[in-house]
Design a protein around this ligand. Structure first.
Ligand code: R5P
Length: 273
C-alpha cells in the first residue's frame, strides 16, 4: 500500500486496538434535516473530540466543522437521490476526487447497492473511485445497503455485498450488523465497520450491537443516530469507545455511560465563516 494511502488509513484506526470509532453525520444527504441533526454544528461540536473520524458530506463539513479540526474526515461522495424516491439506488458521484483532496479528506465513501436496480452503476462507481483513489493515495470506503433496502438484508446478502466491494478494491467496507455477522467478516478481506441503523429502543441495545460486532470481527463502528439521537450523546460515544478500543463489556460500558451522563459539559459551537 502506498505511503499516503496507508497514512490516511492509519490516522483513522488506532494502532493499539486496530479499531476505529467513526461518527456518522452524513444522513442529511438523502434524509434532509434528520431528527437531532437539524443544526449539524451544534450536534457535531461536543462529539468531535471523541471521534476517531467524522463521516459527512462536503456541505456540512464546510458549514459545521472548523477548518482547524484535526479529526480525520471521511467524505461522502455519492448522492443525488432522496428518501422521496422509491429507488434509492440511483446515486451518482456528486463530489470529485479533486474536491476530496482539497478538503484534506482521509477517506472517501460511497454507497453500493448490490441487488438494487442501479447495482451496476454503483459498483462501477466504486471501481472508478478506487482507480482514482489508488492514484491519489485516497482510501475508499464502500457502504453496503442503506435506507429502505436494509429491511430485507441478512448475513448471506451482506457477505455478498461486502465481498464484492472488497473485490472491486474498497479499502474499508461499512455494513450493518446482522445475525451470523461473523460470516460477513470471514468473507471480507478488508476492515469492516458497522453502522448502527435507526435508533434502537435503548442505549444499552446500541452498546450490545457494538460489542457483538467487535466480538465477531468488526474493526469498529461508523455510527450516527444511536449516538446523537441518544439523550446523552457524548456519554454514549465515550461508552462506545470503551467497547471498541478497550474490550469493555456492555456492563462496563453502561458504567461509563452512567458516570459520563451526569457530567456537565459546556461546548462552544464554532462560528464558521
Ligand atoms: C446512511 O445514511 C449513512 O451512510 C449513515 O452514515 C449510516 O447509516 C450510519 O449511520 P447510522 O448509525 O445512523 O445508521
Amino acid at each position: 500500500m502506498d505511503w499516503g494511502l496507508a497514512n490516511r488509513i492509519g490516522r483513522m484506526f488506532s494502532p493499539t486496538s486496530g479499531n476505529t470509532v467513526m461518527l456518522a453525520v452524513d444522513h442529511g444527504y438523502f434524509m434532509g434535516p434528520t431528527h437531532r441533526l437539524e443544526d449539524a454544528r451544534a450536534t457535531i461540536a461536543p462529539l468531535l473530540p471523541h471521534a476517531d473520524a467524522l463521516a459527512l458530506t462536503r456541505g456540512i463539513l464546510r458549514r459545521a466543522v472548523p477548518p482547524t479540526a484535526t479529526t480525520p474526515i471521511v467524505l461522502r461522495v455519492s448522492g443525488g437521490v432522496t428518501v422521496l424516491h422509491e429507488d434509492l439506488s440511483h446515486e451518482a458521484i456528486t463530489t470529485s476526487m479533486t474536491e476530496a483532496l482539497r478538503l484534506n479528506a482521509s477517506a472517501i465513501a460511497l454507497s453500493v447497492f448490490v441487488g438494487a436496480p442501479h447495482e451496476h452503476e454503483s459498483l462501477v462507481h466504486l471501481g472508478d473511485l478506487v482507480n482514482e483513489g489508488e492514484t491519489a493515495g485516497m482510501p475508499v470506503m464502500a457502504i453496503t445497503a442503506v435506507g429502505k433496502e436494509l429491511e430485507k438484508r441478512d448475513a448471506r446478502y451482506l457477505a455478498l455485498a461486502c465481498r464484492v466491494s472488497a473485490e472491486l478494491g474498497a479499502h474499508i467496507v461499512k455494513t450493518y450488523y446482522c445475525e451470523n455477522f461473523s460470516k460477513v467478516v470471514q468473507g471480507c478481506p478488508v476492515p469492516l465497520v458497522v453502522a448502527g441503523g435507526p435508533k434502537l429502543d435503548s442505549d444499552k441495545a446500541a452498546l450490545e450491537l457494538a460489542r457483538a460486532a467487535i466480538d465477531e470481527g468488526a474493526h469498529g463502528i461508523d455510527m450516527g443516530r444511536n449516538i446523537w439521537q441518544s439523550d446523552h450523546p457524548v456519554a454514549m460515544l465515550k461508552a462506545l469507545r470503551k467497547i471498541v478500543h478497550e474490550k469493555a463489556t456492555v456492563s462496563e460500558a453502561l458504567d461509563v455511560l452512567a458516570t459520563e451522563k451526569n457530567k456537565r459539559t459546556t461546548t462552544t459551537v464554532p462560528a464558521i465563516a
